[in-house]
Design a protein around this ligand. Structure first.
Ligand SMILES: NC(=O)c1ccc[n+]([C@@H]2O[C@H](COP(=O)([O-])OP(=O)(O)OC[C@H]3O[C@@H](n4cnc5c(N)ncnc54)[C@H](OP(=O)(O)O)[C@@H]3O)[C@@H](O)[C@H]2O)c1
Length: 285
């Protein structure tokens, strides 16, 4: 399989590069290829003849997106029309990542792929538009919604990952306040990358939810991080209203990996196990 990865240098792209190490991979970072310039990407991709084009690039500093509406839609939506054209011209399957934030969180049981999105923020609206473009214009696509990603590389755009941020704040002796009224599924980018590969080798095209199993609030996630790190951090639960983020986030955004299961693929491991794996690897480094 010949795989072109866009958004290289990001945490998910880095993990995809790892799990695809036995395949032929061309990974292009933002500075090498801007997804808003489809012609330039086609020029770079054509000699490589990819079977598959994976877009991990996004503009996803969620609060900044509220003020940067044009940039959000340019990167997260409009660029996807160009990616569909490039994938079509090269005869490649298009893989695109989206987010749990397409849902409004009013539901109190996990969201399936058939549930109707209702995004609460500019970021989420732009990501939903991007998904819809891919689903409409790329006949052979995998649109994969995931959530709460973390990996050793850390999110490039957000400047790290939640786990390392918690550990750093604890080391610095800072008071740590984490929202306890947003329930989600923190997901290991490594597990998501691993789960993508069998799907990629199949022709079960379509929309998928792909997260670790289970759910927790961000506060509960932080508690588990400190438990595994054996740190006596006094993390304080707060409400989203107290946190006063600019963008609204869903109070509940747990995703049911229903389509994956229906297509016969195994569930990802529980989030607690994935986090324990992360700590084991961290300790081994
Ligand atoms: N992180 C999460 O918690 C989370 C949750 C749900 C869904 N997702 C989705 O999962 C995907 C991967 O997320 P991630 O956490 O791996 O992100 P990440 O680490 O922040 O990586 C995103 C990459 O996209 C690049 N990029 C931004 N604008 C670009 C452009 N115009 N052209 C080319 N590259 C561009 C960034 O490069 P620069 O930094 O150099 O700009 C960065 O390398 C995204 O689609 C995101 O929306 C993430």
């Amino acid at each position: 399989m010949r795989v072109l990865i866009l958004g290289a240098g990001g945490q998910l792209a880095t993990e995809l590069g790892r799990v695809l190490r036995n395949e032929e991979v061309l990974a292009l970072s933002h500075s090498q290829a801007d997804i808003c310039d489809a012609d330039a990407i086609e020029r770079q991709a054509r000699p490589f003849r990819p079977d598959c084009l994976i877009n991990t690039a996004a503009y996803h500093r969620v609060d900044d997106c509220e003020d940067e509406v044009e940039r959000s839609f340019a990167v997260n939506a409009v660029a996807l029309k160009g990616m569909c054209r490039v994938a079509g011209a090269l005869g490649a399957v298009l893989v695109h990542f989206s987010t749990d934030y397409v849902f409004d969180g009013a539901q109190r049981h996990p969201y399936c792929e058939t549930d109707v999105p209702n995004p609460l923020s500019i970021y989420a609206m732009s990501k939903l538009a991007g998904e819809q473009i891919v689903r409409r214009y790329a006949p052979r696509h995998f649109v994969v919604r995931t959530c709460g990603l973390y990996a050793p590389a850390g999110s490039r755009s957000k400047g790290g990952n939640f786990v390392e941020t918690m550990l750093r704040l604890a080391r610095e002796g800072r008071s740590i306040r984490v929202v306890n009224d947003q329930v989600t599924t923190p997901s290991s980018a490594r597990d998501v990358a691993r789960a993508l590969i069998p799907l990629l080798r199949s022709d079960h095209y379509g929309l998928y939810h792909m997260t670790n199993a289970g759910s927790c609030s961000w506060f509960e996630f932080a508690q588990e991080i400190f438990r595994l790190a054996k740190l006596p951090a006094g993390v304080q639960p707060i409400s989203s209203a107290e946190f006063r983020a600019k963008a609204r986030r869903p109070a509940y955004s747990v995703l049911e990996n229903a389509a994956l299961r229906e297509a016969g693929f195994p569930d990802l491991q529980p989030w607690q196990h994935a986090l324990a794996d992360y700590f084991r690897e961290r300790a081994a480094d």
